[in-house]
Design a binder for this molecule. Structure first.
Ligand SMILES: [Zn+2]
Length: 80
């Protein structure tokens, strides 16, 4: 494992989360996340954010929501 896939994984994470990637790119990123804790954590945070934003009332500011979610995830992580 070269470790040089992180940049690609991060760059494509957004599209990955929105299911906009081609199948082979999806496979690349999935394979990378299985071996890379940092990227899989980025993905987890992104997925939680997306779910939360989707469920949230549209009138709520996404930025405020994002900050709340990130704070919650960070707090959770610091207890482990
Ligand atoms: Zn990585």
């Amino acid at each position: 494992m070269s470790g040089c896939d992180c940049a690609k994984a991060r760059a494509e994470l957004e599209e990955f989360l929105h299911n906009e990637l081609r199948g082979d790119d999806v496979a690349d990123i999935r394979a990378h996340m299985e071996t890379c804790v940092e990227c899989s954590e980025e993905h987890r945070v992104g997925a939680v954010l997306m779910e939360t934003v989707k469920r949230a009332c549209r009138e709520e500011a996404p930025e405020a929501l994002r900050i709340q979610v990130l704070a919650r995830i960070r707090a959770e992580q610091s207890t482990h």
